[in-house]
Design a protein around this ligand. Structure first.
Ligand SMILES: NC(=O)c1ccc[n+]([C@@H]2O[C@H](COP(=O)([O-])OP(=O)(O)OC[C@H]3O[C@@H](n4cnc5c(N)ncnc54)[C@H](O)[C@@H]3O)[C@@H](O)[C@H]2O)c1
Ligand SMILES: O=c1ccn([C@@H]2O[C@H](COP(=O)(O)OP(=O)(O)O[C@H]3O[C@H](CO)[C@H](O)[C@H](O)[C@H]3O)[C@@H](O)[C@H]2O)c(=O)[nH]1
Length: 333
């Protein structure tokens, strides 16, 4: 009998119908890496998933569903995006956040160990560092989350670190700073109309889809008085995920890596950049500080370049803002 060629191994992407997960599915597809996604469409959209990728509609907290998909699709690695992401909501409903972000991650990791999946790329967040005044924030900065969202993510990080030596589960934990922008080819973008992220809200205000942008706080200890953040283009972030997967598939060791450019922009710089790329004025008002906003969060971003060979391609603020605006324009008003 002739040998059948082995079926390619698939990566299971949880939350692939969401903002970041859908960009990663496109990056995987572009790189010829087969994937399958589980998404309950609570905030995601079916249309965001590339046609070539099977979408299994369901909950990542279901051990039965996970087993079915992992066995049925020949899954050898997981990228875990599914979760709840709104910081103030996590303060109001902490247990819902621990359930969706921590308990469901436990179910997923347990399924991986049981079914022999030994590689995980995990979506973590700069929120694990809390309100640190370190500039820049490297990966050795002590973690001290100040809200249940950050704590729920840090708990999953800890499970991964403990499961490594005990079960041979290798992981790349990616701590995202401020993710923004949209696929340069216009295939996907941030589509949640109620999203609270600065660049999204500023684009909506510019297009008249919100009355105005509120600039939260002008008396911070920064050069222009507004908060500074490290905005990373979602397509560069997606590429980092592909590299993390390849690192693990080559047998690479577990890593914890910041995802940012190591450079900050203030709220006013973002607004000015949007005005320059659009040639229009952003309707904006000055407002009080938003509770819990640290003045400055900039990534120490050397490690990801050294360990994964990641070279950002879209790191100009004007490109990030231009892609976000083009995507926003493409959405029905
Ligand atoms: N957007 C950011 O700025 C940012 C920053 C840091 C970290 N992250 C992390 O990145 C990941 C993706 O964030 P995003 O911005 O793409 O959010 P998103 O809400 O667009 O995507 C999350 C996806 O997961 C799905 N989902 C949620 N709970 C699920 C469940 N129980 N079962 C199955 N599917 C479920 C949603 O339907 C959605 O498609 C999250 O884990 C988030 O914590 C995001
Ligand atoms: O309408 C708005 C929205 C935001 N901002 C300001 O813009 C900056 C960025 O705010 P975002 O809401 O876009 O992002 P955050 O820095 O609050 O948080 C994001 O980045 C964090 C990591 O740095 C976490 O990952 C978190 O999940 C994610 O939402 C802040 O100074 C905020 O006060 C405004 O002035 N007006």
């Amino acid at each position: 009998m002739l040998d059948q060629p082995a079926a390619p191994r698939r990566v299971l992407v949880t939350g692939g119908a969401g903002y970041i997960g859908s960009h990663v599915l496109h990056a995987l597809t572009d790189a010829g890496i087969p994937a399958v996604t589980i998404d309950n469409l609570s905030t995601g959209r079916r249309a965001a998933v590339p046609e070539a990728v099977p979408l299994v509609e369901g909950d990542v907290g279901s051990a039965d569903l996970l087993e079915q998909v992992i066995r049925g699709h020949g899954v050898d690695a997981v990228m875990h995006f599914a979760g709840s992401i709104v910081v103030p909501e996590s303060v109001e409903k902490p247990l819902a956040y621990y359930r969706n972000n921590t308990v469901n991650s436990l179910t997923l990791l347990d399924a991986c160990v049981r079914l022999g999946v030994d590689k995980v790329v995990f979506s973590s967040t700069a929120a694990v560092y809390g309100a640190t005044d370190r500039v820049p924030i490297d990966e050795e900065t002590p973690t001290a989350p100040i809200n249940p969202y950050g704590a729920s993510k840090l708990m999953t990080e800890q499970m991964l670190r403990d499961a490594g030596p005990a079960h041979g589960l290798r992981s790349v934990i990616l701590r995202y700073f401020n993710v923004a922008g949209a696929d340069p080819a216009g295939r996907t973008g941030q589509a949640t109309p109620t999203a609270t992220h600065l660049i999204k809200v500023a684009c909506q205000a510019l297009l008249g889809r919100r009355p105005a942008l509120s600039i939260f706080g002008t008396d911070y200890p920064t050069p222009d008085g507004t908060c500074i953040r490290d905005y990373i283009h979602v397509s560069d972030l997606a590429e980092a995920h592909v590299l993390a997967l390849l690192h693990l598939r080559r047998g690479g060791e577990s890593l914890t890596l910041n995802c940012g450019y190591g450079r900050g922009a203030s709220v006013l710089e973002v607004v000015r950049t949007l005005e320059e790329v659009s040639g229009e004025k952003v309707p904006a008002t000055f407002a009080d500080r938003r509770a819990g906003d640290p003045p400055q969060l900039v990534a120490g971003a050397d490690r990801i370049r050294e360990r994964l060979g990641w070279v950002p391609k879209h790191d100009r603020l004007d490109e990030i803002v231009r892609s976000a605006l083009a995507w926003e324009r493409s959405l029905p008003g």
